[in-house]
Ligand binder design. Structure first.
Ligand SMILES: [Mg+2]
Length: 406
């Protein structure tokens, strides 16, 4: 039996617009050819599509199509089959799709993407929800709790899209659609033959039919839509290796249940933990500590004391030539309803935004189920630390994997 995500065999990427907000680059280049680390933005999208297991890609082009076609050819260099549908540059998204449908280029169901957003989405979850809800369109929505952009959605707890407001003026909106949509081709019956925008015509009708759902992510998306976004997108695509570490029981001896590390001298290193951190640093990793510290909410230690404990920790690490790069902790109690306390993934998303990380490329190491839940929900690769499988062994496994994946 096929996995759900294997039922989707085609990705359709809209890449035909003028990209006027990216002038003067777009005077002579189509927007998705803007380079990061010497590779066009669109190449990252194509590699991502391939990583989802999709090998057929249809690029809907309009403006300067030959620049894209010359670079990507038939796609074989990337292990995919690329087809092109070229229409006049002034065509709106709806007409571009409609033409592709008329010419028989669209699969019954396909992954629909914009050429100017990149987000490390959970593709399996997107597919699972599309089929579970019997949606006609299941798109990805950025939660936008950080006000990164303007909201245009109201989404029910179930994922049902209750309001799609392209003008972004309705009250109580939260979230914005970023593409990465599974689309049932049937929805193109809702499109007239006129030169119209796809979302503007189709989405409100699907909202009314209760056939449009959102898969919500807190992972920030990165864009070539405008110059303001380019610097962050550069930071995002800059190569980096990042590992998240839990503290107690992973790096240092875990205090007994309901007790806390309350003084610097309570912080006792586990065997070879400092060596493990040094090896990570020597191999170019940034290390991010992710720790629940409910002792603060319970009045057992202050944030000042915690800072002293961490200063001692850093001092001990400096002795072996290592350090922790960033420290995130949750000071709340379990019943405060915060978004940061593990097993919730809030601290990961905070670090993601502040450090421009791709969480699907990060590791989380911890000694508690909550570490695994939180890291897993955030999309990280996770590894359990136990007495039998201490930090140093986990680190050696990861460094070996790096060698293999090179
Ligand atoms: Mg722990």
């Amino acid at each position: 039996m096929l996995n759900l995500e294997e039922k989707i065999e085609q990705a359709v990427i809209l890449a035909g617009g003028y990209g006027t907000r990216l002038k003067p680059f777009t005077d002579t280049n189509p927007k998705p050819m803007y380079p990061f680390e010497d590779r066009p933005f669109l190449e990252y999208l194509i590699e991502q599509v391939k990583s989802f297991g999709i090998e057929n890609i249809l690029l809907l082009l309009g403006y300067l199509p030959e620049k894209i076609m010359d670079y990507f050819g038939d796609g074989s260099k990337w292990g995919v089959h690329i087809k092109y549908a070229v229409t006049p540059a002034e065509y709106e998204t709806g007409l571009r799709l409609k033409k592709a449908e008329t010419e028989g280029l669209l699969a019954d169901e396909f992954l629909f993407m914009y050429c100017d957003n990149y987000c490390p989405i959970d593709y399996r979850r997107l597919c699972r929800e599309y089929y579970a809800y019997e949606a006609l369109i299941q798109f990805t929505a950025y939660h936008n709790l950080d006000g990164y952009t303007k909201n245009n959605l109201r989404i029910a707890e179930s994922g049902l899209v209750e309001v799609y407001d392209k003008k972004r003026v309705e009250p109580n909106l939260q979230g914005v659609d970023i593409g990465y949509a599974i689309v049932n081709r049937k929805v193109l019956e809702l499109m007239p033959e006129e030169n119209e925008n796809f979302e503007k015509i189709v989405y409100p009708q699907l909202v009314a039919q209760q056939k449009m759902f959102a898969t919500v992510t807190e992972h920030r998306y990165y864009s070539v839509g405008s110059w303001e976004r380019i610097e962050l997108t550069k930071a995002f695509f800059a190569p980096k290796k990042v590992i998240f570490l839990d503290r107690d029981g992973t790096m240092n001896v875990r205090p007994p249940q309901a007790c806390y590390i309350e003084r610097p001298e309570d912080f006792v290193w586990l065997p070879e933990a400092r060596q493990a951190i040094k090896e990570l640093k020597d191999n170019g990793y940034q290390i991010v500590l992710i720790s629940n510290q409910p002792g603060i909410a319970r009045g057992r230690l202050t944030e000042e004391t915690l800072a002293q404990i961490h200063a001692k920790m850093q001092q001990d690490l400096a002795e072996v030539g290592a350090s922790i790069d960033y420290i995130y902790y949750c000071p709340h109690d379990w019943d405060e309803g915060c978004r940061c306390r593990k097993p919730k993934p809030g601290m990961f998303y905070q670090a993601q935004k502040e450090l421009s990380l791709d969480l699907t490329k990060c590791w989380m190491l911890g000694d508690d189920e909550r570490d695994m839940h939180a890291g897993g929900d955030a999309g990280c690769r996770c590894m359990y630390i136990t007495e039998q499988h201490p930090l140093i062994e986990a680190v050696h496994t990861i460094l070996k994997l790096d060698e293999v994946e090179k």
